[in-house]
Every structure is written in C-alpha cells, then in structure tokens.
Ligand binder design. Structure first.
Ligand SMILES: NC(=O)c1ccc[n+]([C@@H]2O[C@H](COP(=O)([O-])OP(=O)(O)OC[C@H]3O[C@@H](n4cnc5c(N)ncnc54)[C@H](OP(=O)(O)O)[C@@H]3O)[C@@H](O)[C@H]2O)c1
Length: 292
C-alpha cells in the first residue's frame, strides 16, 4: 500500500510544520543510563549529521538527556539549522547529579526547562515542546499544562505536545488548547501501556482520538520494546520483503496510520541508514492484515 512520505504538525495552526515520516531520537547519544557524555562524541556528531543528510527533519531531544548533552550535540552538529528542521523537546522531568530521574513540573521549573532548551539549542523559539507527565507530580496535570501554554503565548514555543499521557489527560489537554503532537510508547509488540513508572497509555489506546483531531503520534521505544518479543509474524514478512526485522517494525508503524512519526534511536550509522530506508517499504494489504 502507498504511504504518505510526510505528515503535518499543527495542520490548522498558524505555523504548520511538514515532517518526513521517519525522525530520529537522540536519547542514546549520551553516556551510560542516558547520562553524561557519549563514549564517542565524534561518532555522535556524525550520526546527527548523517540523519539529516538521509532526510530526517524531525529530531527528538530533551534537556534531561545528559543533562544538556544531546542538545549540545545537536547544536554543535547542525547549527545553523536548515530551514525545515524541526527539533522537538520534552519538559516535565530532570536528572539530578546522581543520575536519578525527577519530576520537574512546577510552572517555574517548566519555564526554566524551556529557557534552558532555547539557550543550549541556540533557538529563539522551540518548534515542539512535549510536556511529559510523570507520575508523582505535586502540580496537577492541568496547572502544569497551563504554564506550558503560557510559554507558548510568550512566543517561546510553536507547538505544545504531550508525552506519556493517558486518555483522560489527553482529553483534558484538548479542552485547554491546541495540542500539536503526542509522544507515547508504541510499537508492533508493545501496543498498550508498559508496566512500570513511565505512565501514559500505549499508542493504540489513544490513536483513535489523535486521528479524530489530526494530531501526529510520535511513538517511543518502538524498536526497544518490540524487537525480540512477539516478532514471529514480522520476521516472516520481513523475509518475504527482503528487509530486516527492525525495518519491518518501522514500516508497519508507517502503514498503521498516516499520523505516525517514528523516531528510532540508534548509535549505529548502519542502523540509521537501515531505519531511514524503511520509509520506502510498501506492505500489501494482505500482509498488513496478516500482521494484525
Ligand atoms: N517520552 C518518553 O518518555 C521517551 C522515553 C524513551 C525514549 N524517548 C525518545 O524516543 C527515542 C527512541 O527511543 P529509544 O532510542 O529508547 O528506543 P528505540 O528507538 O525503540 O530502540 C532503540 C534500540 O533499538 C536498536 N536499533 C535501532 N535501530 C536498529 C536496527 N535497524 N536494527 C537493530 N536494532 C536497532 C538500538 O541499538 P543500536 O544503537 O545498536 O542501533 C537501540 O538498542 C529516544 O531516542 C528518545 O528520544 C522518549
């Protein structure tokens, strides 16, 4: 089946952005446990440059990757940015010096994160800012999100996104303002929520609502949570098309909905090239039905 090569973020907004269907997630361009500098900084810079060369124009990051490590790498590799580059970041969490993950969702903390992302990425406006809801937050979801919309009104953010939200939070967010994108867990094997502290619904649990509002879904862990688990059918179809299992996972996502924008993370140039080539795979209706 033919698939769209691009999708639009903020279709009815004043600033619609066109994204190529496969983006890149930077989280792995860091040290151990996604903290500190990468083992090979030169290679990390090379991967970012190559990703853009191969057609990535949506890059996912966060100032809590590192801290600031992926943002610094992005700026070093890609600034001055090409016109159509969309850098999407996330706020709502922070790492401490001991590498622990912490809620960072008070209005003043959200403001700090937005300003920190702007400074390190050398931008006047952030294209997409996902408010990542973390369980255990002392500030209500609504109060945090209001603070993010306030920053958007000030011109610091073009599109407000949500991450790790459940259906109720997404519905509440939609009533509060325009939601540009949603970044939640989703992959062939892992379609619903993952047990553990991440929070939020799996993509399949909210896709209908996103489609009704024409909001792109940016799935995370789409390879991590699927490769090697419940992949028999994918492996079979991948062989039939002479592609890798990872490529078939990505192609399945692209066929699942024209609003899905995968952001596979990789530290390997070979995998990067492979992942980008997945956008060229056309799966027949019969095979899609078989994959389920
Ligand atoms: N919102 C959130 O809460 C949240 C949470 C987690 C992640 N994220 C974002 O989502 C992005 C993607 O997540 P992720 O990087 O954790 O997981 P992922 O993209 O699902 O998978 C990455 C893993 O798959 C491997 N891989 C990538 N391409 C491959 C290929 N072609 N063949 C075989 N293996 C391959 C990578 O190893 P190699 O390095 O060896 O290729 C790595 O181990 C992150 O970078 C981050 O930006 C968001």
């Amino acid at each position: 089946m033919n698939i769209n090569k691009t999708l639009i973020i903020g279709k009815d907004s004043e600033q619609p952005f066109t994204a190529n269907r496969i983006g890149y997630g930077t989280m792995r361009l860091t040290g151990k446990h996604f903290f500190g500098e990468p083992e090979n900084r030169r290679e990390a810079l090379q991967i970012l440059k190559k990703a853009v060369e191969l057609g990535v124009n949506y890059i996912d990051t966060a100032d809590y990757y590192g801290i600031d490590v992926t943002n610094r790498l992005i700026a070093e590799a890609l600034y001055p940015y090409q016109d159509n580059l969309i850098i999407g970041t996330k706020i709502g969490a922070m790492r401490k010096d001991d590498a622990s993950w912490n809620v960072f969702s008070k209005p003043e903390q959200l403001r700090h994160s937005v300003e920190n992302n702007l400074r390190v990425l050398k931008l006047d406006q952030l294209a997409v800012v996902h408010f990542r809801y973390m369980p255990g937050s002392e500030t209500s979801f609504e109060d945090s999100l209001s603070a993010v919309f306030e920053l958007q009104k000030e011109g610091k953010i073009a599109h407000v996104g949500l991450s790790n939200v459940n259906r109720e939070q997404l519905e509440a967010g939609l009533k509060m303002g325009e939601i540009g994108t949603v970044q939640n867990l989703y992959g062939y094997t892992q379609r619903t929520t993952l047990a553990g502290p991440m929070g939020g619904a799996g993509g399949e649990e909210i896709l209908d609502l996103l489609e009704a509002h024409q909001i792109p879904l940016i799935p995370y862990f789409s390879l991590e949570a699927s490769l090697g688990k419940g992949q028999q059918k994918i492996e079979e179809i991948a062989k039939k098309y002479n592609v890798s299992t990872a490529q078939m996972n990505l192609a399945w996502l692209l066929h699942k909905s024209p609003l899905i924008l995968p952001i596979p993370g990789t530290t390997s140039l070979k995998h990067l090239e492979e992942n980008m080539a997945a956008a060229e795979i056309s799966i027949s209706k019969e095979d899609l039905d078989y994959l389920g």
